[in-house]
Design a protein around this ligand. Structure first.
Ligand code: FPP
Length: 228
């Protein structure tokens, strides 16, 4: 079976999952964080090398203040509680986005986790945090202008993305029935395969994950060429 090297996931539907059960939206995020953790284990078990999780977009600041604060607290708590296991299981965690705009405590934390796990190499978990595809492109082009460049190539842009050595995603999964990209990995997705499922993120299971891998393995990727 052909296994994607890099899977990127839009973990959507936490709020609806909670509302359907008469719970506060943040309960959906709490369970969603547990699923994110489980997914990283399923990726490691399947031989996937990179998984990128869309945890907070540049547009998510429009949410109620208490939800935004809860999401940040959740990430701090959850990732801290997983640190020992990440080190044991050789998981490197990196963050991508406009990290400088995050609250200082969270920014320091992202640096701490990146430093602690920098030598781990079994699985790379990338958390997209205050991330927007347009912001990433603007930041890349701005840095090229600041270097005095007047002509640029595709590889110049790729080399100025937040994580330049991150391979492009082979597969992008979005849960919750929405069929859009919502400003995720706009540059990197040009030849990604997409998989949309109606399942709400907190209900996402290993069985469904494996069935998506199986679906992916049957796809023919031609990257604009023809089969010979
Ligand atoms: C979208 O669901 C989900 C988010 C904006 C947050 C996702 C964050 C997590 C699952 C926590 C991640 C934690 C770690 C450790 C990476 P929604 O709230 O937009 O759902 P709705 O569309 O049903 O309202």
């Amino acid at each position: 079976m052909s296994i994607p090297s890099h899977i990127a996931i839009i973990m959507d539907g936490n709020g609806r999952w909670a509302e359907k059960r008469g719970l506060e939206r943040i309960e959906g995020h709490r369970i969603g964080a547990e699923v994110a953790d489980a997914v990283s284990q399923w990726c490691a078990d399947s031989g996937i090398k990179y998984v990128t999780l869309y945890a907070f977009s540049t547009e998510n600041w429009k949410r109620p203040r208490h939800e935004v604060n809860y999401l940040f607290e959740l990430m701090l708590m959850y990732i801290t509680s997983q640190l020992e296991r990440m080190l044991k299981e050789e998981v490197r965690m990196r963050f991508m986005g406009r990290l400088n705009e995050l609250p200082e405590k969270l920014l320091d934390f992202t640096r701490y986790i990146e430093e602690k796990t920098r030598n781990c190499s079994k699985l790379n978990v990338i958390v997209a945090l205050n991330y927007g595809g347009r912001a990433e492109l603007l930041d890349a082009v701005t840095s090229l202008i600041r270097k005095g460049r007047s002509e640029i190539t595709e590889s110049d842009i790729s080399s100025c993305l937040y994580i330049p050595d991150l391979p492009e995603p082979d597969l992008i999964i979005r849960t919750s029935g929405e069929r859009r990209l919502s400003n995720f990995l706009l540059w990197q997705c040009s030849y990604s395969e997409f998989f949309f499922t109606d399942t709400l993120w907190p209900d996402f299971s290993k069985k469904e994950f494996l069935s998506i891998l199986e679906d992916y393995s049957k796809r023919k990727r031609r990257f604009g060429a023809v089969d010979i």
